[in-house]
Design a protein around this ligand. Structure first.
Ligand code: PGA
Length: 246
């Protein structure tokens, strides 16, 4: 049985105080286990010490591909671990597109996160143009194999995958449940070739891109969709709780 995980990605929203206000309102509302919140760096310390439910995991939205050194403005995995941060997002499309993170950089982050036993959510997904040109599978395969090349099957307990078609992020137009299911199934197939059927079958794959209280249940009913990575609709405690409890 795969774990169902509902994750929030707050992006560049919420000060530390706003994050705590969110938690005060959100924590009593949730019924499901395994809720992940990827918060801004500046809110992490407050959130990890908040007495929310033990099933709320606090994570960062990015980390450096280096261990330490002269990298002004960067945050290392060691710094995150020392704060008590429990997971990190790697390769979100906004990092790939707006900050030009390439496959080599993403693969280095994956490697460091695994070495330091920092669980992570690896994000993959195609642009609208790639989708229109029928290139989705090619893109997904490339992203998965470059990020996870040389990874051992045993490391997979620290890995969660998120399929996020870029054309669905922040647009209000989610992929249909059938399409998302098909893409998840394809990702699993690629992983099967890399790590074998058993490990690939036990990997949690989240869907991200315009998930809202109105479409969450229908998406989660699909056999290959094991949860969500939610942006916009995770900012409001009531709306995120509806998705978590769907
Ligand atoms: P969205 O963002 O839910 O606002 O579409 C998802 C994401 O970027 O992870």
């Amino acid at each position: 049985m795969r774990k169902t995980i509902i994750a929030a990605n707050w992006k560049m929203h919420k000060t530390d105080k706003e994050a705590l206000q969110f938690m005060d309102e959100f924590a009593p509302l949730i019924q499901r286990q395994l809720v992940y919140i990827a918060a801004p760096f500046t809110a992490l310390e407050s959130l990890v010490s908040h007495e929310s439910s033990p099933s709320v995991f606090i994570g960062a939205q990015n980390m450096s591909e280096h261990y330490e050194g002269a990298y002004t403005g960067e945050i290392s995995v060691k710094m995150l671990k020392s704060l008590g941060v429990q997971f990190v997002l790697i390769g979100h499309s906004e990092r790939r597109q707006l900050y030009h993170e390439g496959e080599t950089q993403i693969a280095s982050k994956v490697k460091i996160a695994l070495q330091e036993e920092m669980p992570f959510i690896l994000c993959v997904g195609e642009t609208f143009e790639e989708y229109q040109n029928g290139k989705t599978e090619e893109v997904l395969k490339h992203q998965l194999t470059s990020a996870l090349h040389g990874i051992h099957s045993v490391d997979f307990h620290n890995i969660i995958l998120a399929y996020e078609p870029i054309w669905a992020i922040g647009t209000g137009e989610a992929a249909t449940p059938q399409l998302a299911n098909q893409r998840h199934s394809y990702c699993r197939q690629v992983l099967e070739e890399m790590i074998g059927k058993n490990f690939a079958q036990s990997l949690t794959i989240l869907y991200g891109g315009s998930v809202k209280p109105e479409n969450a249940k229908e998406l989660l009913n699909e056999s290959e969709i094991d949860g969500f990575l939610v942006g916009g609709a995770s900012l409001d405690p009531q709306s995120f709780a509806k998705i978590v409890n769907c």
